[in-house]
Design a protein around this ligand. Structure first.
Ligand code: PEP
Ligand code: MN
Length: 343
């Protein structure tokens, strides 16, 4: 249930409604909006009778929330959530581009790529220090040394950095060094990790699981918001299907569904969806056309020597082209939305 307060409701009235919700054994979660406060009623096992709340001072409405996910839902918060990381703002009309190698391999490698992607238009740098690999014999990442390299990249280039935490121990380290923490596809339903992310002061990028439905993905995000962290960005990265012409199948319809269902920003990772360089640029264009709030793209200056995901990594020049095309697409869409191209 969502309790909508009057526009002029006082703080005392809001506090009294929170106390009344808690007295019933439920959890109250105030949600500041553009011009009024709403209060989410959570942890109720069954339906709640709205008439009780409608009688309280300052209450305008009490609306049942029909979706299984509450805090991430547009039913609870209609306006888009903006998530700010360094200079990047996710959730505004113009798509934000994150770029960098799959894994941090050395300071020289990371800095070389970071300078190239920054000059081309990336607003954030990516690079894994803890890598979730299918094979235990594959490169697992540089660990804390990789995080120190990322901190150096930020210092040298001004780019905010995002990197993955794979468990509770790496979360503590990643949170210390990074500007945003990534929870990868394989950990999308690692509920203790999601709760840990919810107690973090850092924004979280939550990638969609390899076989997760949109509902499961949003429920995973709900874990994070439910612990108090509402700075969450969702990332569609392709799901596993019968198709073998790409590593995964990029599910762009999920982007349109998530944008309708949720107020959280949603970005697209065409690199892990494609698995091969030649598909990345067209998929990136399509993602922006579908309404993605941003992109995360793997780039390497020497992809043949990359320690992971070289085949899907763009050369810096290809990435620069991607940025130009995305900017052109975004401009056309903005003009269309503003009606400036209408006769
Ligand atoms: C990554 O972004 O490097 C990564 C491992 O992605 P995913 O979790 O989507 O496979
Ligand atoms: Mn990768």
């Amino acid at each position: 249930m969502l309790i909508v307060m009057n526009r002029k409701a006082t703080q005392d009235q809001i506090d009294a409604v929170v106390a009344a919700i808690e007295a019933k054994g439920f959890t109250a979660r105030p949600i500041p909006g553009g011009d009024r406060v709403s209060i989410g009623v959570l942890n109720n096992a069954g339906p709640v009778d709205p008439s009780f709340f409608l009688g309280l001072a300052g209450v305008k409405d009490a609306i049942p929330v029909t979706r299984p996910y509450k805090l991430v839902s547009r039913e609870v918060k209609a306006e888009d959530t903006l998530v700010t990381v360094g200079e990047a703002v996710f959730g505004e009309a113009f798509p934000v581009i994150i770029a960098g190698p799959c894994a941090v391999e050395s300071l020289d490698q990371a800095l070389t790529i970071a300078r190239r992607v920054r000059d081309a238009g990336a607003r954030m740098f990516r690079g894994g220090a803890f890598k979730p690999r299918t094979s235990p014999y594959a490169f697992q990442g540089l660990g804390e040394q990789g995080l120190q390299i990322l901190a150096k990249v930020r210092q040298e280039t001004g780019l905010a950095v995002v990197t993955e935490a794979v468990d509770a121990a790496s979360f503590d380290l990643v949170e210390h060094y990074a500007d945003m923490v990534q929870i990868g596809a394989r950990n999308m339903q690692n509920f203790s990790l999601l709760r840990r992310a919810g107690r973090s002061g850092r924004p979280i990028m939550l990638k969609r699981g390899l076989s997760a439905t949109v509902e499961e993905w949003l429920m995973a995000a709900e874990y994070i918001l439910n612990e108090g962290n509402s700075a969450v960005i969702l990332c569609e990265r392709g799901v596993r299907t019968f198709a073998h012409h790409s590593r995964n199948t990029l599910d762009l319809s999920a982007v349109t569904v998530v944008r309708k269902e949720s107020h959280l920003p949603v970005i697209v990772d065409p690199s892990h969806a494609a698995g091969r360089r030649d598909q990345v640029l067209p998929l990136a264009r399509a993602a922006v056309a579908a309404g993605a709030n941003g992109l995360m793209v793997e780039v390497h200056h020497e992809p043949d020597k990359a320690l992971s995901d070289g085949a899907q990594s763009l050369y810096p020049d290809q990435f620069a082209r991607l940025c130009r095309q995305v900017a052109a697409f975004a401009r056309v869409m903005a003009e269309e939305q503003n009606g400036t191209d209408s006769p």
